[in-house]
Design a protein around this ligand. Structure first.
Ligand code: NAD
Ligand code: GLY
Length: 375
């Protein structure tokens, strides 16, 4: 893939999935404009699912725009945080849907980051065996990754995103203005998922991120618009070829095998998902080097970029007595694992990724090196 379709202004990316195709609209000032929602199916009611942090910032604006389309618009405000991405919180959505007499045509709107988006999507997939939903992502991470492609899930104490469904939204609305209120740490977490697209698919984009990472962290509107647009283009292309992760889509999990172990091992919410992915990508790059796919210069380049984005590059100790054992056991719960054999997304060569298993001794070496070093 190359950067030939660079967008210098806000626009639209289409995700091509036959009769489940949809548009990702990207730009400033989209949230409260009724035209943004034109063409969505008619229904008597809509439900905005959001959380305690995002609701005071943006819920009224979305509700105002939706009032033009739907006779009744309800709101569910969930507790904020990865630690609440579970059955109990999911049930709150179902409680409201049932209490308000929502029917099969009710449209759900996920207003928030990836946690709200993943839970709303799963609720939409399962309420009355499926109701329509729209993603309105308000974090960089959700705009470049989680709102696109139809993966929905909640966590289980034994593993991240272990309970879920593939279920595509009708539309994704990325209002870039919402990123202005995002805490700096969350913005950096989103940059991790932007960086991810370079090594797996587009080294021209990687070079562009290297020269614009300071602009991204400073929230330069043009830089953010391009990063969201190009990330969505790459993700749309991958998902369009392999919606249900029969093979290719797994490359989008670069850094996630190590990253999920960090998230679960530290306790959900301690490390942000994007932080764990940032560090996990550096670990996966070291493994790629050990397997011969990249050289040390590439590992250093990636590590330096992750660091400049404000993300951790030194892996945490998950168990003082048996750190390697703890990482390995957590990674065996990963969805890519087959019969207990851990699968890793490795880069080979830069700009291309493959899924491979690796000997435990090699993985142990990477874990040991990653908990101590920073180039
Ligand atoms: P998040 O949803 O927890 O949001 C981060 C924080 O920012 C929260 O406190 C939230 O309330 C707050 N917030 C959201 N928008 C804001 C705004 N505009 N202004 C101020 N604060 C705002 O985290 P996230 O990083 O968006 O998403 C992480 C989740 O996404 C994880 O659960 C991860 O597993 C999931 N994910 C899913 C996919 C997928 O394909 N479905 C892909 C990547 C990640
Ligand atoms: N974030 C990984 C995927 O959507 O497949």
């Amino acid at each position: 893939m190359t950067s030939e379709n660079i967008a210098s202004h806000p626009g639209e990316v289409r995700i091509d999935l036959g009769d489940r195709s949809y548009a990702i609209t990207i730009g400033p000032g989209l949230l409260d404009v009724p035209a943004t929602y034109e063409g969505l199916p008619s229904a008597t009611s809509a439900v905005v699912v959001t959380n305690a942090t995002v609701a005071p910032l943006y819920a009224q604006r979305l509700l105002g725009a939706l009032a033009a389309r739907y006779a009744k618009v309800h709101t569910v405000s969930l507790p904020d945080g990865e630690a609440h991405k579970n059955w109990e919180t999911l049930n709150r959505i179902f409680d409201t849907l049932l209490e308000q007499g929502c029917d099969r045509k009710t449209v759900l709107f996920a207003l928030g980051g990836g946690v709200v988006g993943d839970m709303t999507g799963f609720a939409a997939a399962s309420y009355m065996r499926g109701v329509p939903f729209v993603q309105v992502p308000t974090t960089l991470l959700a705009q470049v990754d989680s709102s696109v492609g139809g993966k929905t899930a909640i966590n289980h104490p034994l593993g991240k995103n272990m309970i879920g469904a593939f279920y595509q939204p009708l539309r994704v609305v990325c209002d870039l203005d919402t990123l202005k209120t995002l805490p700096a740490r969350e913005l950096s977490a989103g940059v991790a998922e932007v960086i991810k697209y370079g090594p797996i698919a587009d080294m021209d984009f990687f070079a562009w991120i290297e020269s614009h990472v300071d602009d991204l962290v400073a929230r330069d509107p043009q830089a953010l618009a391009h990063a969201v647009h190009r990330s969505c283009e790459i993700k749309a292309k991958v998902v369009g070829q392999d919606e249900r992760e029969g093979g290719l889509r797994a490359i989008l999990n670069f850094g996630h095998t190590f990253g999920h172990a960090i998230e679960a091992g530290m306790g959900y919410g301690q490390w942000l998902h994007g932080e764990a992915v940032g560090c996990g990508m550096v670990m996966a790059a070291r493994l790629s080097e050990a397997l011969g796919g990249v050289d040390k210069a590439f590992v250093d380049r990636l590590s330096s970029l992750v660091h400049r984005a404000g993300l951790p590059v030194v892996a945490p100790i998950l168990d003082a007595r048996d750190n390697v054992g703890r990482y390995l056991s957590l990674m065996r719960v990963d969805k890519k694992a087959e019969a207990g054999s851990i699968k890793f997304v490795v880069i080979d060569p830069p700009g291309h990724a493959v899924v491979r298993s690796a000997p435990d001794e090699l993985v142990a070496r990477v874990i040991k090196a990653s908990t101590q070093t920073f180039p």
